[in-house]
Design a protein around this ligand. Structure first.
Ligand code: P1T
Length: 378
């Protein structure tokens, strides 16, 4: 199956008893057993629920994995990956990460004895140099949130596995989505998503996903999902499945609109730097071209002045956290999505007060550009 068919049919079959084309929302916590341990594959809904199973099969199909797991949030999915490790283990992570991921690493897991180092993953050698005998996990986002940096997934996977084949490589694929890049095909072991974003696609749910291609890793993650219990509920699983059916259509338009917005900003006198991997001026444009089908709908930029005036005056771009829905959003990383990162750490990588992040939606591009122009001129 090609990707655009997988979004609709990947892992899906009509429901067994009625033939329902969409899986029913199985609002049940438990399942009848005919004798202790004798059941139809479902015992208790923290372990498995048929609506969640349908979604997890779709997730696995999208990323070319064998198994997938749906969590209560993107952060719960990150948490599940970190639970594979034990005190003393080391993690090499990108230096530009979603603020909540950084917060989880520094404020939750350091106190359990995990050791994190942060490197600029624009350069493959930076990752190899940070690996020690204790490294168990490499965590990367690409494109990164919010600076849109690109890491070469294949080159990093090869370099890391060359040092030690047992080191796990996890990729947060939230910004790209499997429509644009599939990290498991490029050598990664785990793909993570905030399914709250493009996979759900309609800003109506909070959810996380993990996809893997190794059966042993799948068993370990399923155990963590079951034992720790941060599962996605059946109603949210239904909404995510509905969203996924149009992922390819939405992404196509997100990419077209993202490119047009990036070009518009690049040529605007009030705008400084523009961060978009589709621009030839982007420092890793060539790698982005190699590993991504297109460049997505996320665009960050710096304003020369009057950042807050702009943020308060867009009409179609709603000032709000999150991204990846059909509607356009504007975000101020320093005070919103990345507020939990200490100032020194932010400034070191260039997350300054003048940085603005746009999640370009699928509205008419003329209306979006008109909105940006008027807000820049207030
Ligand atoms: O919000 P949640 O579903 O728990 O996902 C966390 C998360 C993980 N990884 C990336 C790359 C993310 O962007 C996010 C969530 N990000 C936002 C809410 C934001 O505005 O950037």
């Amino acid at each position: 199956m090609k990707f655009n068919t997988k979004t609709i049919h990947g892992g899906q079959q009509p429901e067994e008893t009625t033939g329902a084309v969409m899986p029913p929302v199985f609002l049940t916590s438990t399942f009848a057993q005919s004798s202790p341990g004798e059941h139809k594959g479902y015992a208790y809904a923290r372990g498995t629920n048929p609506t969640r199973t349908a979604l997890e099969k779709s997730f696995a199909a999208l990323e070319n994995g064998t198994n997938a797991f749906a969590f209560a949030s993107g952060m719960a999915a990150v948490d599940a990956v970190l639970r594979l490790l034990k005190p003393g283990d080391e993690v090499v992570a990108g230096d530009d990460l979603y603020g909540g991921t950084y917060r989880m690493f520094t404020q939750l897991f350091e106190k359990y004895g995990l050791v994190f180092s942060y490197v600029d993953m624009n350069v493959v050698g930076n990752v190899s140099s940070a690996i020690t005998k204790k490294t168990k996990l490499v965590w990367l986002e690409t494109p990164t949130n919010p600076l849109m940096k690109i890491a070469d997934i294949q080159a990093i996977s090869l370099a890391v596995k060359d040092i030690n084949t047992t080191i796990l490589i996890a990729v947060d694929n939230t910004f790209a989505t499997p429509y644009l890049q599939r990290p498991l095909d490029l050598g990664a072991d785990i793909v993570m998503h905030s399914a709250t974003k493009y996979l759900g696609g309609h800003s109506d749910l909070v959810m996380g996903a993990l996809m893997v291609k190794d059966e042993i890793l799948a068993k370990e993650l399923h155990f963590i999902q079951f034992a720790a219990g941060a599962i996605a509920g059946p109603m949210d699983a239904f909404l995510a499945l509905r969203g996924i059916k149009t992922l390819h259509l939405r992404m196509q338009r997100h990419c077209e609109n993202g490119k047009a917005v990036a070009e518009f900003l690049k040529n605007h006198s009030k705008v400084g730097e523009v961060f978009y991997p589709g621009l030839e001026s982007h420092q890793n444009h060539e790698i982005a071209k190699k590993q991504m089908k297109d460049f997505g709908g996320m665009v960050s930029f710096k304003l020369k002045e009057a950042t807050f005036r702009f943020l308060e005056n867009t009409k179609l771009f709603t000032l709000a956290e999150s991204l990846g829905g059909v509607e356009s959003l504007v975000n101020h990383p320093v005070s919103m999505s990345h507020g939990s990162i200490p100032e020194a750490a932010r400034l070191k990588i260039g997350i300054t007060d003048s940085l603005i992040r746009l999640s370009v939606g699928v509205e008419d591009i003329d209306d979006l550009l008109t909105d940006l122009e008027q807000a820049l001129n207030v």
